[in-house]
Design a protein around this ligand. Structure first.
Ligand code: BES
Ligand code: ZN
Ligand code: ZN
Length: 498
């Protein structure tokens, strides 16, 4: 998809369709009034007869019958003006884009980026519009022999204010980069486990790294063993697919600036191992590399945006399989940190592989470490699918991640990690064990990770409930969400001040 910015009037602009935002209330807004006039009062009449009041989620589709160049106009309700946010504009763009595509039209122009939302810059609004539209139109068709015909080739952000064009262009371009990075993450998540193996993830990382000037190192089984990454090795020993440890480095920030290290769980398929999972919905466990996909997407966006920051991404990647070579309940592995780990349940494998990545992060003397992982069903039980669990040892870092999530429409909710949780994972035979009692499973998982973090601010984001969805909503399509890509980039911007 392409995104353009043009100055012009919606009434005369040549396009297949127009998407126009309308705040809740009695007026149609300047654009709505202009279109209404061009259509001889048809807009107002239709709005009244169809009960369109500009409420959030409402839409009104009108045929223009040749009175203006656009064939159709879609009015999208934005809700109360004083409650509007970047996110409500993103969602409005999604509704508009989907309506245009459903109508079989090939492109549209929209005035949504000029909506004037208090506290949000015009650039950020333009970004939100392009993100919302692009992500809503995402489809995973790699494995379909027949692709869907209805397709939107480009969108145009329209403004009547010529001096605003270059600002909006900056935002639109950024929105496209972020949406493409999140779509890349979605593709990796949606791709089944027989395609998306650890080596596939590594190859995809290598590909974009080369294109964008990111340093990429891939460690294979021999190097992983040499480094003594005992957690990753233990999980990988049951699979014929060789493990990978993916390292990406982007050092375009000041030399004096310590890097932010992002860690992502890259479990390409989680059967549970010997502690095997029930069959129902097990296919969804192809999404257990969503944290890794998010981190790859974030790096891809940071590099494409040429952000002047220092960023390192670490992705431990393997399958979790049952086999005669697989780890058994009761086995003990030693992580890179030196901590010995009793594996009570082979299905609590994410923490084993993350342990090594978190320990590896220490060699960068990081400013902060943030990990993203589809770690526990317990977090899903706690927060459902609307927020990711955030476990963090630093108040500033907590605030930055929550704020970044709020702005990007990816909610994070602060969860507790008490000393009592750390007590619960003490092992009889090793330093720690990989599961605690039944209750509080998200916190004991976080406590396990904490044991491998040497020092400094660290945040763990449990995205088990948010990374994958069975129901499309707004700009979220069914399947991989690409969650974390946009919020992590926003977080990096906030933290470094770029
Ligand atoms: N990958 C799963 C967690 C998960 C569950 C992700 C549902 C997405 C949706 C993880 O490896 C796992 O199996 N966790 C276990 C831990 C338990 C054995 C302590 C869980 O949450 O059931
Ligand atoms: Zn598991
Ligand atoms: Zn898992």
């Amino acid at each position: 998809m392409k995104a353009f910015v043009k100055s012009g009037s919606p009434v005369t602009f040549k396009t297949d369709a127009l998407v126009v935002g309308v705040f809740e209330g009695k007026t149609l807004g300047i654009t709505g009034v202009a279109i209404d006039r061009a259509l001889a009062g048809f807009v107002r009449k239709s709005a009244t007869s169809k009960g369109f009041e500009g409420k959030k989620g409402q839409a009104l589709a009108l045929d223009t019958l040749g009175r203006i160049p656009a064939q159709k106009v879609f009015f999208i309700g934005l809700g109360a003006k004083n409650e509007a946010t970047e996110e409500s504009i993103r969602r409005a763009a999604a509704i508009g884009a989907k309506a245009v595509r459903n109508a079989g039209l090939k492109n549209f122009a929209t005035t949504l980026a000029t909506a004037k939302v208090s506290g949000v810059s015009a650039k950020n609004l333009a970004q939100a519009v392009v993100e919302g539209a692009t992500l809503a139109l995402y489809r995973f068709e790699q494995l379909k022999t027949k692709k869907k015909k209805k397709k939107i080739a480009h969108i145009t952000l329209l403004t009547q204010n010529t001096s605003e064009v270059s600002t909006l262009k900056g935002g639109a371009n950024k929105g496209l980069i972020l949406a493409e990075a999140a779509s890349f993450a979605r593709d990796l998540i949606n791709l089944p486990g027989n395609f998306a193996t650890p080596s596939y993830l590594a190859d995809e990382a290598k590909k974009f790294a080369k294109r964008l000037g990111v340093t990429c190192k891939i460690l294979g089984p021999a190097q992983i063993a040499k480094l003594k990454m005992g957690g990753l090795l233990a999980v990988a020993q049951g699979s014929k697919e060789p493990a990978r440890f993916i390292i990406l480095e982007w050092k375009k920030g000041p030399k004096s600036q310590k890097p932010i290290v992002l860690v992502g769980k890259g479990l390409t398929f989680d059967t549970g191992g010997i502690s095997i999972k029930p069959s129902a919905n097990m296919e969804e466990m192809k999404s257990d590399m969503s944290g890794g996909a998010a981190v790859l997407g974030a790096m891809r966006a940071v590099a494409a945006l040429k952000l002047k920051v220092n960023l390192v991404c670490l992705i431990p990647s393997t399958e979790n399989m049952p086999s005669s070579a697989a780890i058994k309940p009761g086995d003990v592995a030693t992580g890179l940190s030196g901590v010995t780990m009793e594996i009570i349940n082979t299905d609590a494998e994410g923490r084993l592989i993350l342990a090594d990545a978190l320990a590896y992060a220490d060699r960068y003397k990081p400013d902060a470490i943030v990990d993203l992982a589809t770690l526990t069903g317990a977090c899903m039980i706690a927060l459902g699918t609307v927020a990711s669990g955030l476990f963090c040892n630093d108040e500033t870092l907590t605030k930055q991640i929550i704020a970044a999530g709020e702005e990007t429409g990816e909610r994070f909710w602060s969860m507790p990690l008490f000393p009592e949780h750390e007590e619960l994972i003490k092992s009889l035979v090793a330093d720690i064990k990989n599961i605690g009692p039944r209750w509080g499973g998200a916190s004991t998982a976080a406590a396990f990770l904490k044991k491998h973090v040497k020092k400094g601010p660290w945040a763990h984001c449990d995205i088990a409930g948010t990374a994958y969805t069975n129901k499309a909503a707004g700009y979220r399509t069914e399947g991989g969400v690409g969650l974390g890509v946009r919020s992590m980039v926003r977080f990096i911007e906030k933290r470094t001040g770029v």
